[in-house]
Design a protein around this ligand. Structure first.
Ligand SMILES: Cc1ncc(COP(=O)(O)O)c(C=O)c1O
Length: 474
């Protein structure tokens, strides 16, 4: 072997689950165990054709083929989690199979208790709220600024965290979403310093920011800024398959890792999909590889190109970091004069075959992804240019429907108490003045319109147009 090939071998980035799954595929056994489709023989032929025999052959769970186990982590799965921890700068990384949702649930279930108070932003994801319903801890709301022109929430300020911690001496955890869905970034470094002064752990829901660790032109990840734990939806932007995420515990954190692990074990399926686990392993390996780094550079360059082109347009605008906060450049939130975000979305979809990440009353979100080519971006730019020069009318405004919840809650009962109270289902028209008994937080963005225990007011109605009935406290 020459020195060059030896060096290339040494540089090869390890992906232990991918490797183990490959071995299992290449050395098939007679299978008398789950999954019962047995390497695809027992599935609908049309489905087999669609997904491919190979994918079905490696559809297995963690009990077989020397692939290791998830709980407790053993073999290649343990090794892959350790490699991920190293890549993200964590003391411990858990692979998650029900998305970051599972990570948030495990944090709430493992680390908070009935009656404890958790400081969190109102625009948090519903999984945090579900976690608090399970544990019985109560949210203390931080209500970030709203950017009304854009119809979105702004960042969480360190001052608001300091104020809340100084007024409530019973807060046991601070839990911040960063960035927002639209890419608005909070000052986690200062928030973390405040949390340390008040001796409360800081959890950061970084579901939308797993790429930050891999390029210095993106904001600094929370694990480097003093957060105790972070969730990452690798499946959203990191290149793994849908549903697969990671939960990281920081090096110097005093969080009870064992309690988090025990909660995860209870929350997770007992038949973890090796395909999903391998996709997490592969995504981490890809992001660490020169190829993955190039893909990320391209995603950033594409986003910058898109933003430069939008600058030249007359009626289409992109959200820029000009309100004194940072943004993640790869999340391009745009709005068009005279068109709702929903209308713009439908024009892009119906007339140009373009699907966007999400749309609201005001605008829509485009993600410049690892997998997008410059050609994709050029097509998007050309399409937006055509829209910019056309005279589309805004039929969506006629629906009188709102999408991005921007409400300040009126709390009448505790979250868990309300969730487990006696309820009744009533027509929506009769719901104003009653107390909600259900979580209403449609995805995307999964931000709460109403939570159990909150007063239903006229302001909620434009967000409830798809609901005929509402569950309220009896
Ligand atoms: C801020 C935030 N946290 C957590 C989640 C849950 O992530 P997942 O879909 O990976 O379960 C989402 C999903 O949209 C989110 O936006």
């Amino acid at each position: 072997m020459t020195n060059v090939t030896r060096n290339q071998k040494a540089l090869k980035i390890k992906a232990p689950i991918v490797e183990a799954l490959k071995q299992a595929y290449e050395n098939p056994t007679y299978q008398f165990h789950i999954p019962g489709h047995t390497k695809g023989n027992g599935v609908l032929p049309d489905f087999k054709k669609l997904i491919g025999t190979k994918a079905l052959s490696i559809d297995t769970t963690d009990e077989f083929d020397n692939l290791g186990t998830l709980h407790p982590a053993t073999g290649p799965i343990k090794e892959a989690q350790e490699l991920a921890a190293k890549a993200f700068g964590a003391k411990k990384t858990f692979f998650l199979l029900n998305g970051s949702t599972a990570g948030n649930l495990a944090i709430a279930m493992g680390l908070t208790k009935k009656g404890q108070r958790v400081l969190t932003n109102r625009n948090c994801h519903r999984s945090i709220l579900t976690g608090l319903i399970i544990s019985g801890a109560e949210p203390v709301w931080l209500v970030p600024k709203r950017f009304d022109d854009w119809g979105i929430w702004g960042n969480v300020t360190p001052e608001s965290v300091e104020e809340a911690l100084s007024t409530h001496d019973d807060i046991s955890m601070v839990w911040i979403t960063n960035p927002t869905y639209e890419g608005v970034v909070s000052d986690i470094k200062s928030i973390s310093a405040i949390c340390k002064r008040y001796k409360v752990p800081l959890i950061v829901d970084e579901a939308h920011a797993c790429l930050w660790n891999f390029n210095k032109h993106l904001p600094t990840p929370a694990l480097q800024l003093g957060a105790d734990a972070v969730v990452h939806s690798l499946h959203k932007t990191g290149g793994s398959m849908s549903q697969s995420s990671m939960l990281h515990i920081a090096e110097n954190s005093c969080l009870d890792v064992d309690a988090v692990e025990k909660a995860l074990k209870l929350l997770h399926t007992t038949s973890p999909s090796l395909i999903l686990l391998a996709s997490l392993d592969a995504a981490r390996a890809n992001l660490e590889s020169p190829r993955g780094k190039k893909q990320l550079e391209r995603a950033i360059a594409n986003a910058k190109y898109l933003r430069r082109e939008i600058e030249q347009m007359e009626h289409i605008h992109d959200l820029k970091p000009d309100f004194g906060y940072m943004t993640d450049v790869t999340k391009v939130f745009i709005r068009a004069d005279g068109l709702s975000g929903k209308r713009l979305e439908s024009i892009l979809e119906i007339e140009f075959g373009i699907e966007v990440e999400s749309a609201s009353d005001a605008g829509l979100l485009l993600l410049s992804n690892l997998g997008n080519t410059r050609k994709d971006m050029e097509y998007l730019v050309e399409s937006l240019k055509k829209i910019d020069k056309s005279n589309y009318s805004d039929i969506c405004y006629l629906e009188n429907k709102k999408h991005m919840p921007m409400l300040t809650p009126i709390i009448k009962m505790s979250l868990r108490e309300a969730f487990y109270s006696e309820k009744e289902t009533i027509p929506k028209d009769l719901a104003v003045g009653r107390i909600s008994a259900e979580v209403i937080a449609e995805c995307p963005p999964g931000i709460a319109v109403l939570l159990p225990g909150e007063l239903i007011t006229e302001a909620h109605l434009p967000y409830l147009t798809d609901y005929n009935f509402i569950e309220v406290i009896k």
